[in-house]
Design a protein around this ligand. Sequence first.
Ligand code: PRP
Length: 217
Amino acid sequence: MERIKIALTKGRTEDQVVPLLEAAGINCDGIRNKQRRLIFDEDPRYEIILVKGPDVLTYLNNGSVQIGIVGSDILTEQENFQYAMLDLDVGKCRFVLASTKNFNPQAHRRKIIATKYPNITKRYFQGIGEDVEIIKIEGSVELAPLIGLADAIVDIVETGNTLRENNLQIYAKLQPVNTKVVVNRLALRQYQPQIKELIANLENANQQMVQSKLIKE
Ligand code: PRP
C-alpha cells in the first residue's frame, strides 16, 4: 500500500506532536534521533517530512503530501481553513498585542506594529476601526518596540516568558491558537480508509493525553 505523506511543522510543534504520534502507534525513532535528516520512513505506513509551518500548507495545497500538522496561527494568517480535520490539545497559545510599559494604546497618532502575522494584525486593527502601519518581521518580534522599530507587536504568547524576560506587557488578547491536523481534500477521497484510521488514532492519543494531564493536575 502507498505510504501516506505527512508534513510536520518542525521545532516546537514537532516536539509536542511526536509523543502524540507515538501514542497513536506511529514509529518516530528517526525523528527523535534526526540530526539533519528531513524525511522519516521508519513506520512502513507513513513518510513524515519536517518543514517550516507555512511550507506545510504549500506541500499540502500542492498535493505533495496528504496530511499536514500545523498551528492555527498559520492557517488563519493564510486564510486556509478548508482542510482542518482534527484539533490537537498541543501548541496552545494566544495572539496578543504587546509593548513596553509606556505604550499608550489610546494614542491618536498612527501606530507602527511589527509582526510575523501581517494579515491577522491587519484584520485585528480593521476590526477595532484603527488604521496602523504594519512592519513584517521574521522572528524575535519582541525586539521591535525595544529597539524603536515599532510602537507595539502582535505575536503569539505561550508561556509568557519571552515577554516577561524582555519587559513587555500585554495590551490586548486576540484569538487563541492550537495545533491542527489538516488534510488535502483530494487525498481524503483517494486514501479515505488510511486517513480516517490515522485521524481516529490521533484523536484517541490526544484524548488520552488530555485525560492524563487532567489526572496529574
Ligand atoms: C514564538 C513567539 C514568541 C515566543 C512566545 O517565537 O513569536 O517570540 O514564541 O513564547 P513564550 O510565550 O513561551 O515565551 P518562536 O520561539 O517560535 O521563535 P521566533 O522568535 O524566532 O519567531
